[in-house]
Design a protein around this ligand. Structure first.
Ligand SMILES: [Zn+2]
Length: 237
């Protein structure tokens, strides 16, 4: 019954469609600019190194990692992990992604607050996303037997689930700031020429959209449970 709920489909489908579109766009922008080499000719790893050197950061290790679009910076180990299609490639896409990850390393070195907040929220968000969803779901079923109690359980689950939303919201400035640093510093350090910026921008902006899609999906999920439990909008029964 829950899975045939028209309200569920009405609220979930746009979120799923938006997320799918954003991830498709990220992949297609990356594929397109993976085939276009940079004028400078640096590889992703070399570009990240030059960006960090330019920022006076010399204690970050740049290593290759498995997987596609698995690039990330680990503040605990000060390791910048670049996926195979990024590490050795001399394309605009590879250099763009590498510079974005270097942007995270610069945030870390400069004590950029949202990055630290985001790291601190990781464990809470992980628990909240799984537990919160099932508590909200359990609350809806409980409402059939005991409306008052079930409603409170949904509310409690929603509070847990909100940890994910907070995490995803804090992620937004972190990601946008890393991309802004990457775009600016890549040109300033001669890694990317001004005429190559539109390509780099397309790759990084498409990736940023996936983070917005994640926020929208979480918001819609939360909205569904709150409406269904009669906690938002009018009662429908
Ligand atoms: Zn990032």
């Amino acid at each position: 019954m829950f899975f045939f709920d028209p309200l569920y489909l009405l609220l979930m489908l746009p979120g799923v469609a938006f997320a799918a579109w954003a991830s498709w766009r990220t992949k297609s922008a990356f594929d397109k600019y993976s085939r276009i080499g940079t004028l400078n000719g640096l590889s992703g790893a070399e570009a990240a190194k030059r960006l960090l050197d330019g920022a006076g950061i010399h204690d970050v290790q740049i290593v290759p990692t498995e997987g596609v679009l698995s690039d990330h910076y680990n503040p605990m180990t000060k390791t910048l992990a670049l996926s195979q299609p990024v590490y050795g490639s001399r394309s605009i896409a590879a250099v763009g992604v590498a510079c974005h990850e270097a942007g995270h390393a610069i945030q870390h070195a400069r004590g950029y607050k949202p990055l630290h907040l985001r790291s601190a929220l990781v464990p809470t968000a992980g628990i909240g996303s799984k537990l919160g969803y099932f508590v909200m779901l359990g609350g809806l079923f409980l409402m059939m037997v005991s409306p008052g109690l079930g409603q409170n359980v949904v509310l409690f689950g929603a509070v847990l689930f909100s940890a994910v939303l907070v995490f995803q919201l804090v992620t937004l400035p972190v990601e946008f700031d890393a991309s802004n640093r990457a775009k600016e510093l890549a040109v300033a350090n001669g890694i990317i020429f001004e005429q190559e910026r539109p390509g780099m921008d397309k790759v990084l902006n498409a990736a940023a959209m996936t983070y917005i899609a994640a926020v929208v999906s979480t918001l819609l999920t939360l909205l569904y449970f709150l409406i269904r439990a009669g906690l938002l909008g009018g009662r429908d029964d």
